[in-house]
Design a protein around this ligand. Structure first.
Ligand SMILES: Nc1ncnc2c1ncn2[C@@H]1O[C@H](COP(=O)(O)OP(=O)(O)OP(=O)(O)O)[C@@H](O)[C@H]1O
Ligand SMILES: [Mg+2]
Length: 253
């Protein structure tokens, strides 16, 4: 569904170039929930932003749903991007717009008529359980409710892929569990493939089927959940291993 091949990104710094992502390849199958973990500064957000080309790789290719995004003209890329939703730690809602207007924005960009938009906004808000908050403003909502609005907005154009950059990092454990349930529900109901960056091992254990570990711009390890348990991919031994497995081969999920 998603294929990154040898993607790299470096940034110009005062004292030379800094390699944020270094020749990373990653395959995520359709309908998967794939976690990306790793220390701060490892390059996780940069990698995620390259999936929808918010950040253009210096080299390498990005293929989403059979489409080679890195070779696409801008106009076509804007259209393909509508199939990719994104949510963030800080929700990134527009504060001076109501909940319904926030969810409506991507639909306006996609050119839907007002009545089509109203119908879709209602569907998406009811999916995340917020149909009674339509006319509220983000400041009037709790963190968990704001993230639900962000999820509704990300779902508006019926994406095939949902990119999540630490979506629960600013939420308490109970609200985190609720938001993870919503994401599981999105995955199960619509078959949306999910890529999720997290610092929280509980998030990994709760929803991820595959996990990649990043360190200094590279993927250094990967795990997959096999028949309900996490198992290491062949030859993978990283510092996160002990946190995911209580003993070799035994997962505490
Ligand atoms: N636009 C930019 N300009 C310069 N350097 C950048 C830019 N974006 C990221 N970097 C650098 O690239 C490295 C990786 O950043 P990135 O945000 O991808 O890390 P991360 O793994 O998401 O970290 P965190 O867990 O703290 O969010 C960092 O050292 C960061 O300072
Ligand atoms: Mg980050």
């Amino acid at each position: 569904m998603l294929s990154l091949s040898q993607v790299s990104k470096s940034y110009k710094m005062k004292d030379g170039m800094y390699q944020a992502v270094d020749t990373v390849s990653l395959e995520v199958g359709a309908g998967n929930i794939h976690g990306i973990i790793g220390a701060s500064g490892a390059g996780k957000s940069t990698l995620l932003r390259m999936i929808n080309l918010l950040e253009r790789p210096d080299q390498g290719t990005v293929t989403v749903d059979g489409q080679l995004l890195t070779e696409m003209p801008d106009k076509q890329l804007r259209k393909e991007r509508q199939k990719i939703g994104m949510i963030f730690q800080q929700f990134n809602l527009v504060n001076n717009m109501t909940v319904s207007r926030n969810v409506s924005i991507p639909l306006e960009l996609a050119g839907l008529t007002k009545s089509e938009r109203m119908k879709r906004v209602k569907e998406c808000l009811s999916f995340v359980g917020l149909e009674d908050k339509v006319e509220q403003y983000p400041a009037q909502l709790s963190g968990g409710q704001r993230q639900r609005v962000a999820i509704a907005r990300a779902l508006a154009n019926s994406p095939k892929l949902l990119l999540c950059d630490e979506p629960t990092s600013s939420l308490d454990p109970e609200t985190t569990a609720e938001i993870l349930d919503v994401l599981k529900h999105v995955n199960a109901s619509f078959g949306v493939t999910v890529v999720i960056i997290t610092h929280e091992m509980d998030v990994v254990k709760s929803i991820c089927r595959h996990v990649s570990v990043m360190e200094r711009g590279r993927i250094i390890d990967s795990f997959s959940r096999d028949e309900g348990e996490f198992r290491p991919a062949a030859g993978s031994f990283g510092s996160y291993r002990d946190q995911i497995f209580s003993k070799a081969g035994e997962a505490h999920v």
